[in-house]
Ligand binder design. Structure first.
Ligand SMILES: [Zn+2]
Length: 356
């Protein structure tokens, strides 16, 4: 379980984002966003779309995805994600009944919680995913790598299917993980699965192979997943939380609404009393009151600040990549949160379970 390379985080693209920030874009980007991206010179990762919100499946065929990805590519494009599929058309009555007894009666187990299914029921999908990735690799007319995307759901299926993919010649791999983190009630079991899956994938791919987790931007999960050999991430947390909820993050990944900080001096002091003062282009040279005024007036400044917190984390991962275990220890004492300690415990349990 070793990865020899650098780490990266790709932010969801929004207009006005500083043009040096690595971004992720969908294959079906709208014309207005294509124009907004004309001058954006940063690294970009091109997605294959979310299977659940495509109403017309013909618009998400493997051919359409690859053709659109090639159209959007430029010299800064680092990869195309291959088309992935999850259950939806399988007869899962028996399996659903079993899960409904264990978990909740209200949830659709063949959609977002497909990953709770017995992996023997999912083989048909693993096969399909690998087929799509192999097809994309054969038909890719560019030098941009295809990130082979397979929606495995446990350690064993991760090993089996990513080993097949590696044997088929892939050296860039991907899995969409947002469904694992979607429901608060299932988040802990989802996180456990993600740790085990990353462990399984990294154990069968090359040391220099890239492994991208799409749909996770958690400040607390990224460093742990990096330890398991996940090399890059994409997600919208720093952007959408800033826009939708007015949330800002501090240097330890702790978040609050900027408006709460404006009104509550005690909370404000706790929030900003961290070892590193933020030096992003918004905060630099301002006192706390000025910073909070800026945050409450201009939502874009919250995005810029939050993204800079994520960039700092990526820099730290890269500068400490030879000893990430030590980095996690430092992070643990810096963050000093029960939640993070719980995550570290889940990590240790996963390592023990599989004898690492
Ligand atoms: Zn800042």
């Amino acid at each position: 379980m070793k990865y020899k390379g650098t780490y990266e985080f790709y932010s969801t693209f929004i207009e006005g984002l500083t043009d040096t920030i690595p971004i992720t874009i969908p294959y079906n980007l709208t014309p207005s966003k294509i124009r907004a991206l004309e001058n954006h010179q940063s690294l970009r990762f091109i997605h294959a779309g979310n299977w659940w919100n495509i109403k017309n499946p013909e618009k998400r065929s493997k051919e359409v995805i690859l053709a659109q990805q090639m159209k959007l590519a430029n010299e800064n494009t680092i990869g195309f994600m291959s088309k992935n599929v999850q259950p939806g058309d399988l007869d899962l009555k028996e399996e659903e009944d079993r899960l409904k007894k264990i978990y909740s009666k209200k949830i659709n187990y063949d959609k977002f919680l497909y990953w709770l299914l017995d992996s023997s029921k999912l083989i048909k999908y693993y096969k399909k995913n690998l087929e799509y990735a192999n097809w994309a690799r054969e038909n890719n007319n560019s030098t941009i790598p295809i990130y082979c995307s397979i929606q495995v759901n446990n350690y064993e299926s991760a090993r089996e299917w990513f080993e097949k993919a590696s044997n088929d010649g892939h050296n860039h791999f991907c899995i969409g993980v947002s469904e694992f983190l979607k429901y608060p009630k299932y988040k802990k079991v989802g996180i456990k699965k993600l740790f085990e899956i990353s462990l399984g994938i990294r154990s069968v791919i090359n040391e220099n192979a890239k492994l991208h987790f799409s749909g996770v931007a958690s400040y607390y999960l990224m460093p742990i997943l990096a330890c398991f050999g996940v090399s890059s991430f994409d997600g919208s947390t720093p952007v959408t939380s800033a826009l939708a909820y007015g949330t800002i993050f501090n240097e330890n990944g702790y978040s609050l609404r900027a408006s709460v900080l404006q009104d509550n001096i005690e909370k404000r002091e706790r929030f900003f009393a961290t070892a590193n003062k933020c030096k992003c282009e918004v905060c630099n040279g301002k006192d706390i009151k000025q910073i909070l005024d800026t945050f409450s007036k201009d939502r874009k400044t919250r995005v810029i600040h939050n993204i800079s917190i994520w960039r700092n984390l990526v820099s730290e991962l890269n500068s400490k990549k030879n000893n990430l275990d030590k980095f996690l220890e430092i992070l643990d004492s810096r963050i000093n949160s029960k939640y993070f300690k719980d995550l570290l415990k889940i990590k240790d349990d996963a390592l023990k379970k599989y004898d690492y």
